[in-house]
Design a protein around this ligand. Structure first.
Ligand SMILES: [Zn+2]
Length: 387
């Protein structure tokens, strides 16, 4: 058996006491201020590079005692994160410039390099002598090189360690697979045994969720007034239900992605982008969430295993015939579940046809590609449009 060494994150639940929480929140306040300062620098045209921001940090720490009270490690790290976010906003299409982190909205995230943390007597020790008990749900595979301490929307604290681990290499595979996303089945694939049904985790708690949301609407604070306890309680209930469904989605997606990646060398995925429009239905939102989780896990696992992952734009995939390549003249309505080709007479399940088209497009130009590839051009049928 072959082994590969890979860099991964291991996440553990933290149980900080009141003192530790106060220290973490104070540190987050300082880091948030630095981030917002960097945003102001950028907005006023100062082009804040990481080097410039480090200089700014040194000066600010020299003249502000309250900033010096905190550790320089997370403060430097948040500026590094800012620098990265700014660079990527120029390079990655559709990514906006980093924006201000509001106290009421942004959740605390603190990054520590080896200089700023250690593990002592089974507890996480952060710079400034902050000791936090960790729930060691599994062993760390190696000495961590950095840690991110963060809080989620439910107020739970976590530590995410960056570690190296040795893992059995995925089995050799030569098969290809095409994946089409959908509402009725989360994933329809060209390989029969690999379809992922839509389990509807969110639907199961939909009634409870609707109840919590109605409660929230009733107790909604007026503009400029503080939220009532009842409102906050309802908000938390809704958040818990969301989180539960998200975890279930992620778990199923992981098991499914592992199965797909283990037995396929080429994975062609519809590059689906959920919209989460306010006007879209709850069922649509739930399906989008399930698709999002499955797509994320598949791409992550596929690239980590060294498989060829190709992202195919969804344009025309449902209108094109997988048999002869002819494209239908008009969009096929969503309720029509069978694709019938007007030129060759092929009749096939709508999603299966799309999955085959996606795979065919990925196979057509796959020379010399590695990692995730994005196909740009919309597909053109091999034959002229069907008459
Ligand atoms: Zn056809």
């Amino acid at each position: 058996m072959f082994f590969v060494e890979e860099t991964v994150r291991y996440r553990y639940r933290l149980r900080p006491g009141a003192t530790a929480v106060a220290a973490l929140m104070a540190e987050w306040g300082r880091c948030r201020w630095l981030w917002n300062e960097a945003v102001h620098q950028q907005r006023s045209g100062n082009k804040p590079t990481f080097a410039k921001l480090c200089k700014l940090l040194t000066d600010a720490r020299f003249s502000n005692a309250w900033l010096r009270e905190g550790s320089s490690t997370p403060q430097q790290q948040i500026l590094r994160t800012y620098g990265l976010a700014l660079t990527q906003s120029f390079r990655v299409k559709g990514r906006g410039r980093p924006s201000l982190k509001k106290r009421s909205k942004a959740l605390p995230t603190l990054d520590y390099t080896t200089r700023g943390f250690s593990i002592k007597d089974g507890r996480l020790r952060l710079a400034g002598d902050v000791l936090i008990p960790v729930v060691w749900s599994r062993d760390l595979p190696s000495e961590p090189s950095s840690v991110r301490v963060f809080q989620d929307s439910l107020g739970h604290w976590y530590a995410s360690f960056v570690v190296r681990r040795k893992q059995a290499a995925p089995p050799a595979a030569s098969a290809s697979i095409g994946v089409d996303w959908g509402v009725t089945a989360t994933a329809t694939t060209t390989d029969p045994g690999y379809d992922l049904p839509h389990y509807g985790y969110r639907r199961r708690c939909a009634a409870e969720l609707a109840k919590a949301q109605r409660k929230m609407a009733r107790r909604k604070p007026q503009r400029g007034h503080a939220s009532s306890k009842g409102y906050l309680r309802a908000k938390r209930q809704a958040a818990e239900l969301h989180k539960k469904a998200a975890r279930q989605n992620q778990h199923t997606a992981r098991l499914w992605a592992k199965r797909v990646v283990d037995s396929h060398a080429v994975i062609a995925v519809e590059d689906f982008k959920p919209t989460f429009l306010a006007r879209s239905t709850m069922a649509r939102n739930a399906a989008d969430a399930a698709i999002g989780a499955a797509k994320r896990e598949l791409i992550e696992r596929g690239t980590r295993a060294g498989r060829e992952v190709v992202l195919v734009p969804p344009a025309y995939t449902t209108m094109t015939c997988s048999g002869c390549g002819a494209r239908a003249k008009s969009r096929i309505k969503l309720r029509v579940r069978t694709f019938i080709c007007t030129s060759c007479g092929l009749a096939l399940g709508r999603d299966l046809n799309a999955a085959r088209v996606i795979l065919a497009m990925a196979e057509r130009d796959r020379a010399g590609a590695d990692g995730v590839r994005h196909l740009d051009a919309p597909p053109l049928g091999a034959c002229p449009d069907a008459a």
